[in-house]
Design a protein around this ligand. Structure first.
Ligand code: TNX
Length: 509
């Protein structure tokens, strides 16, 4: 077709078909099983900023929206959507596929006096990677349950499948655990900048997990170990090693006017890499076993993320032995251990999946660490920091954000990379998926998250879902900027405070 509609992530196939547009109104009959019908009302009402009744109880001759579970389509996200003036039919093998089709339908709607128009179209679609993630750091700044749920809705609208919650860091411990209540009693009421912090009760956490599951997202909880653990020392001083303050850390703290990390005092600065659990003490291993056991029990999804990054305060041999032992512990709990790629050099449990956070042009050390996961055949999740770290500034004028990942990350840079082109020897078969990350050193509310995530999260979603960069004329920056610009009115209706990037031709409604 000449001009592809504003669809992101780009579907496998989009064909304009003969006929007039479908007109969707609040009274359009909806033919679907009750769960799918509820999903359709929720997704389409949010997309139109209007409550759509979409009645199911009509013996209607009016053109209907039909959601059907058919067997000729692959499971886990694939779908077919056919729209024309006589009706819209979305077919999929499962509820996840129907939801993906509904999110495509939401992007196709345009307002008109008689209702919402959907062009006559056929879309056949399926994802490239099964794991399509977003990491949210709730440790540097705490975000209440409602904000996390809003982030889940945003992730679902781009067909993501996993929400990785970075639950613990130097600045605070955010998950209540029965076995160690002091973690939240003594180590959660701090955050960067001196705000009040906060934590999720077990019930809050389960509410987040259920909210995500209802939107076909799996929560991946991260307890960052053995570094990024200064907060643990506020609750259990005997488990924490003294902070290792390097000259670089001291210089950076000086520039920012921050206090240096001090044992037993809340840390509210931006420094990283100074903390470690005491790895020469069996009490640490008992603690970690309790924490991970309780977390495994609370978490229905398959993954437990153990962090493992930037443990500069830990001796290398102790780090290796710790990661080896703790990944095995997670495997013994029946979960799949996930670690940042740094742990690739340790003898981790063979099931361990790595998460690559180096640059799109990797150095030798991160290449070796990433390849270690692939050699063990467990695979890797790609989060190249100079492309999909959504806490990087867009340009020098962005008020929030960091720049350590090779300077600011423009929308174009977030878009123009391909998962199979990052590390020699790692291609589609080795890649579990793609995950964007939003670290929150400089972000403290939902509007701030929105501005940093959108539109770059759409670029990451396309890397995760769509065919390889450059494989079709539409899988290109020129096409993406037009398509993503077309989503401006939808995002406004959905209440997403996106960054109105000047390189993108934003549609006005
Ligand atoms: C690196 S990525 C970190 C985080 C920071 C982030 C800021 C990774 C595994 N570690 O601790 O928050 O950069 O962009």
């Amino acid at each position: 077709m000449t001009a592809i509609p504003a669809l992101v992530p780009l579907p496998r196939s989009v064909i304009a078909i003969e006929g007039a547009p479908f007109v969707l109104t609040a009274q359009t009959p909806l033919i679907a099983d009750p769960d799918a019908a509820a999903a359709a009302r929720r997704i389409l009402s949010a997309a139109t900023a209007q409550t759509l009744a979409l009645p199911s109880d009509v013996s209607a001759s009016a053109p209907a929206l039909t959601l059907s579970l058919g067997s000729d389509i692959a499971p886990l996200g694939a779908y077919r959507l056919v729209a024309g003036d006589t009706g819209i039919e979305i077919s999929a093998a499962d509820a996840a596929g129907l939801a993906a089709g509904l999110h495509t339908l939401a992007q196709l709607l345009s307002p008109a006096s008689e209702g919402w128009l959907v062009p006559a179209i056929r879309v056949d679609d399926a994802p490239r990677f099964a794991y399509r993630g977003l990491m949210l750091d709730v440790a540097r700044h705490f975000f209440p349950v409602a904000d996390v749920c809003a982030v889940i809705d945003r992730a679902a609208s781009l067909k993501l499948t996993h929400l990785h919650l970075h639950l613990t860091d130097d600045q605070g411990w955010r998950l209540q655990l029965h076995a160690h209540p002091a973690l939240t009693a003594a180590a959660s009421n701090s955050e960067i900048g001196g705000g009040p912090g906060g934590f999720y009760t077990r019930e809050d956490y389960q509410e987040i997990v259920a909210y995500a599951a209802a939107r076909h997202l799996t929560v991946v909880p991260e307890i960052d170990l053995p570094g990024h653990t200064h907060a643990v020392g506020l609750a259990y001083p005997h488990l924490a090693a003294d902070p290792v303050v390097t000259p670089e850390l001291a210089a950076e703290a000086g520039t920012r006017g921050e206090a240096l990390p001090t044992a037993g005092m809340p840390y509210t600065g931006l420094g990283v890499g100074f903390s470690s659990l005491r790895l020469d003490d069996e009490a640490t291993f008992d603690f970690v076993a309790d924490v991970l056991g309780e977390l495994a029990h609370l978490t229905p999804g398959p993954y437990l993320h153990l962090g493992g990054d930037e443990a500069f305060g830990t001796a290398p041999d102790q780090y290796d032995a710790f990661l080896s032992r703790v990944t095995q512990l997670v495997a013994d709990l029946g979960k799949v251990p996930l670690t940042w790629h740094d742990a690739g050099r340790a003898d981790v449990a063979p099931e361990t999946v790595g998460q690559y956070w180096g640059l799109t042009t990797p150095d030798a050390e991160s290449t070796d660490a990433a390849l270690a996961f692939v050699r063990r055949a467990s695979g890797i999740i790609l989060s190249p920091a100079d492309a999909v770290y959504l806490d990087m500034k867009y340009d020098d004028d962005t008020p929030r954000g960091l720049t350590w990942a090779n300077g600011p990350t423009s929308v174009r840079r977030a878009y123009e990379w391909d998962p199979a082109s990052i590390i020699d020897g790692i291609d589609d078969d080795d890649i579990v998926g793609v995950e964007a990350a939003v670290w929150t050193e400089t972000i403290d509310d939902l509007a701030g998250l929105d501005t940093m995530m959108f539109p770059r999260l759409a670029a990451a979603a396309e890397a995760a879902w769509s065919a390889p960069l450059g494989s079709t004329p539409e899988r290109s920056w020129e096409s993406f900027r037009r398509r993503v610009g077309g989503l401006g009115p939808l995002w406004r209706r959905q209440g997403i405070a996106f960054h109105p990037d000047g390189r993108i031709p934003w549609a006005q409604e």
